[in-house]
Design a protein around this ligand. Structure first.
Ligand code: INI
Length: 157
């Protein structure tokens, strides 16, 4: 008999931390609302959800690492919006946040979910913040619940 682990998408027990950046807040606030709504629809109580605001996407990683290392949360969601401008700044910000969150997933027992929009245009960001293409914050919440559950099952093997 093959043993198969599949994560359940329910909030379960334990805390969820959400790190959200203020830069492009008119987008990131929509991602935050989507993430909280999704967690609550899957059974999370208010007391299970903590929100940490940081200035921009570059600062997400440091807060995420602290939260992941604290052992107080079963998953950390990282929400932000990087939108291309006239300079190469966009590329550096994207590189930093992608690498940083990836590294936390290697180093930590707590899943860190990448819910940072990296968009060429404002329109693309709007489409992913609760309009045509869904809500990337809600998607991050689904991933956080599934990964928290998978990690809990693997830990119990
Ligand atoms: N931060 C973002 O979250 N999104 C962006 O689009 C962005 N751009 O394009 O500049 C951005 N820059 C700020 C950066 O994340 C830091 O907060 C800042 O450099 C201070 O460290």
């Amino acid at each position: 008999m093959v043993r198969e682990i599949k994560g359940q998408i329910t909030a379960g027990k334990g805390g969820y931390a959400i790190v959200v950046s203020r830069f492009n807040e008119f987008i990131t606030s929509k991602l935050l609302a989507g993430a909280i709504d999704c967690l609550q629809r899957h059974g999370a109580a208010d007391e299970q959800i903590s929100v940490v605001w940081v200035p921009g996407a570059c600062e997400i990683t440091q807060a995420c690492k602290k939260l992941a290392d604290s052992g107080k949360y079963i998953a950390v969601l990282c929400l932000g919006a990087v939108i291309r401008g006239q300079t190469a700044h966009y590329d550096y910000v994207c590189q930093q946040v992608v690498r940083g969150i990836g590294q936390i997933n290697y180093d930590s027992a707590t899943p860190a979910v990448f819910g940072v929009l990296t968009c060429e245009t404002l329109e693309q960001a709007v489409e992913r913040a609760g309009t045509k293409m869904g809500n990337a914050g809600a998607d991050a919440a689904l991933t956080a619940m599934e990964m928290a559950n998978v990690i809990q099952q693997i830990s119990g093997l």
